[in-house]
Design a protein around this ligand. Sequence first.
Ligand code: FRU
Length: 491
Amino acid sequence: IQTDEDFRPAFHFSPKENWMNDPNGMFYLNGTYHLFFQYYPEDNKWGPMHWGHATSKDMITWKEQDIALFPDEKGYIFSGSAVVDHNNTSGFGDGTTPPVVAMFTYHDAKAAEEGRIDYQSQAIAYSLDEGKTWTKYKENPVIKNPELQDFRDPKMNWDEANNQWLMALSAKDRAYFYTSENLKDWKKVSEFGENYAAQDGVWECPDFFPMKVENSEETKWVLIQSTNPGGYNGGSATQYFVGNWDGKNFTPEADLHGKNIDHPYWLDFGKDNYAGVTWSNIPKEDGRTLFMGWMSNWLYAQEVPTETWRSAMTIARKLTLKKEDDKYIITSTPVKELEKYIGETITKWKVTDEDHAIIDTNELDLTKAQVSFLIPKITKDVHLSLSNDSGDHFKFGFKKAENEFYIDRSESGITDFGKEFASTISTGRRISTSDSLQVNMILDNMSIEVFYDDGETVMTEIFFPKQPYTSLKINEGVPVIDIEANEFNFN
Ligand code: FRU
């Protein structure tokens, strides 16, 4: 690897330069997917936050746009969301185009330095040109701080069943729910999460929306809830809760009372998918729930070995709500738009003595690979490994006795930039009980996203090999039912 650019993903969004974290304000309008993001344009580490902006026709290839929101005397622009106000309930519209209304958190860094705790409040801005330029509302903030230190990341949605705007907000160790008629006046209606599930960190970046249960007429409400630290494998990670919403209160299906992280409801078990939320205003005819997260972890995000730019987003994913036995689970799969970039089949895979199956190619950096196994035929752990001639190995697979997946990046390449990058092996529960095990992986220069069992368990992690990985091996003695690999083609 010669330069930072060699690590740059080809089909995941990364900023041209400097620091990025959470995805913000994602909305779709007139054929364009908008992505805003926590951005510090002046350094490669976190700093006074702006909202950067990028647009895409397919959520795969992105065009970076001008910065959308700049910090001002009221504070930095922290994470938040955006909705398209078709009926001009806000009154910001000019009668021709529907206003796009964003809500974000003002983080008053000066007040924080002075030792105050009321430094985060919620504010709005609107755009009359489909997200290009924004005007901050004169009467900001619209929600003042209630003397609570962590009070941020408003995520708005339209609650059709109850004919109201809805907003979920992170409040330290729980979520607050608010409703509104005009996107300006907000009323808190309930709280959820006290002493519930992961509690070793601060709850951040919630998202709250209805989903149809697959193959049924049932609708459930889903609360996506990031936490930092306190994730399943340490650091930052994202849980979800499925339940019912009566217009005021959320009641979860699964009982996760008590400080508990050992549950299956993690959207991604890997270390590098954080602060993810869904797109708003996806047309009814489309009907998908589309999600994207930040592909890093606060444990080491500011030290990763790219100096000119830092961090990428995950691939956009379609979320599906399934009912299995008595559990409601969410699966994630890459959006179908990715398929049109699938190029040639890599046919060079073979079975050898030392390694049961090998895909050997010039470079595996932009690859989709799919391997399947039959659980009853597996008598030992399954180890897959990506490697190169520099001796780097990125290992992942399935531990049969534990019934869990794992990632071990301790020898994956450059790992010494942060002591928590590779010091522990990540594990992820196998949720599916199917006899057939499908492993679907997406590789893009510095990242792997592994979708097991059609996305019932997902593990996303980043890596920095000394040179690109060239082969994928599966250990000896593990019967492979099927294997297939394709290059991605972005020309
Ligand atoms: C999550 C987060 C948010 C906050 C933003 C600041 O990664 O800490 O809670 O709004 O980042 O950049």
